[in-house]
Design a protein around this ligand. Structure first.
Ligand code: GUN
Ligand code: ZN
Length: 457
């Protein structure tokens, strides 16, 4: 896949707040775990895993500069998190900002759910203040779950995409975001004027793409809500600006797939609709991808596009069971995502547990390594960002999370009976709750966590 301009973490061009100036050189001590290589689907062998128990993660001006078992010198601010698991920050590759308020809506499947719950909630984002508050609340909620990077859908309103970008920059997060494009099959207040949506998207891209840690995505909601004319303009926009992403939905439910076939009878498949309009490429992120065939999988692999698997949403909306094994066999990268409104949680540990269960129903037992890789370095590689995020390695941005191995007597008892590393980490992952997260760090700054940030001077 095309490697984008992802260099090592941009040096802090957002100012350090006075509160954090003393934190410019930080050494944090704990059990470091990351996955520099693709671990495959079912091998519990730890060869692909980098396990560094009781090590120091050394961070200078927001960038990881070392990971070592040698005690740092006196000029380092030391933070003792011994007995905690330190992971790279999670990457949620498909999530909708305006859908927090429709999570856990009762009783329906995708198309009806969009009309009944989701579109009314998204209409409220025409209000700039609502959009700004929503963006801040959403990003803080991501951080509170250990997610430091995400590919995010705003709404069709330009100001909601701007609010997302602004709030992301405030937090220093690595975010891919986009103004949603829709010019049919939605309420009037959510429709772009003919041709006008592209102009608004272009303005947003000019303002934000490549600024600080932000990238923009041409964000076609799904083929049903764009006319062929809008899809063509979206494809042209993607060509116009270097390094743009493309994010959309693909083959989520059977009813949706049949609708797309009736709207685009000339296309071979749902994916082919996007391909015909220039929207299938190396930076294309397709959410769901449940109802695909071998030709689609080959086309995805040839393009270097990825599937953002949203197991919680697929279960909740009853959409279907994504076939990870076939995608993997076809060399299509599978990343993980929460989707949020269609799902019931922003937690990536929960998404990993749900992904295990969805594959388990199909006879495939994914390892903790596969799941963690898909949520960290695997996603970073699929997005061309692996020189910036996804690993605990010198030169990467210091986006990481600190987890308690256990928070309840049940977790403690289970951990006490775990022997090999995989057993320990897998049990941790399946049983983790938000309470297991102690703190989230972005660019060397603690941005979420329940405890005071004690620095041993
Ligand atoms: N397809 C089109 N829009 C959406 C959405 O908001 N959520 C999900 N899950 N699928 C979609
Ligand atoms: Zn979605």
């Amino acid at each position: 896949m095309r490697v984008i301009g992802a260099t090592a973490c941009p040096r802090l061009d957002l100012p350090l707040s006075p509160r954090n100036l003393h934190m410019a050189k930080i050494a944090i001590r704990g059990d470091l775990l990351d996955l520099p290589r693709d671990p495959g689907l079912t091998s519990v062998d730890a060869a692909a895993v980098r396990w560094r128990p009781d090590h120091w993660l050394m961070v200078e001006s927001g960038v990881i500069v070392d990971a070592t078992d040698v005690e740092p010198g006196a000029d380092w601010n030391r933070i003792d998190r011994r007995g905690h698991l330190i992971l790279p920050g999670f990457i949620d590759t498909h999530v909708h900002l305006p859908q927090l308020e429709v999570m856990a809506s009762y009783g329906t499947g995708l198309l009806d759910w969009l009309e009944r719950y989701t579109f009314p909630a998204e209409l409220r984002y025409s209000d700039a203040e609502h959009a700004e508050q929503g963006a801040r609340r959403f990003l803080d909620a991501l951080l509170a779950q250990g997610t430091t990077s995400a590919a995010v859908f705003a709404t069709v309103h330009e100001q909601s995409a701007d609010a997302l970008a602004h709030a992301s920059a405030e937090r220093g997060m690595r975010i891919i975001g986009g103004k949603v494009l829709m010019d049919r099959h939605a309420p009037a207040g959510l429709l772009d004027p003919a041709g006008g949506g592209i102009e608004a998207a272009r303005r947003h891209i000019r303002r934000w793409h490549g600024r600080d840690r932000l990238s923009c995505a041409v964000t076609v909601r799904f083929a049903a809500t764009s006319t062929p004319a809008q899809l063509s303009l979206a494809g042209a926009l993607l060509d116009e600006v270097p390094d743009l992403y493309m994010q959309t939905h693909l083959a989520e439910t059977r009813e949706e797939v049949a609708w797309i076939a009736s709207l685009f009878p000339e296309a071979r498949s749902y994916l082919d609709v996007y391909a015909r309009h220039g929207l299938l490429g190396p930076r294309s992120i397709f959410a769901h991808g449940i109802w695909l065939d071998a030709t689609d999988r080959e086309a995805l692999a040839n393009a270097g596009a990825c599937i953002a698997h949203c197991p919680g949403s697929n279960l909740f909306l009853g959409s279907g069971l994504m076939d990870w094994k076939s995608l993997d066999a076809a060399s299509v990268p599978v990343t993980l995502a929460t989707d949020v409104g269609g799902g019931t949680s922003l937690s990536m540990t929960r998404a990993m547990a749900q992904a295990y269960e969805v594959q388990s129903l199909q006879g495939l037992r994914l390892t903790a390594w596969t799941l963690l890789h898909a949520a960290t370095r695997g996603a970073a590689a699929a997005l061309g960002l692996d020189r910036e995020i996804g690993l605990l390695e010198p030169g990467r941005c210091a986006d990481f999370t600190v987890w308690r191995w256990q928070t309840s007597s049940v977790q403690e008892w289970r951990q006490a009976h775990a022997k090999a590393l995989h057993e320990r980490v897998f049990a941790w992952l399946m049983l983790a709750t938000p309470g297991n997260l102690r703190e989230t760090w972005v660019r060397g700054r603690r941005v979420a966590g329940s405890d005071a940030c004690a620095v041993d001077a």
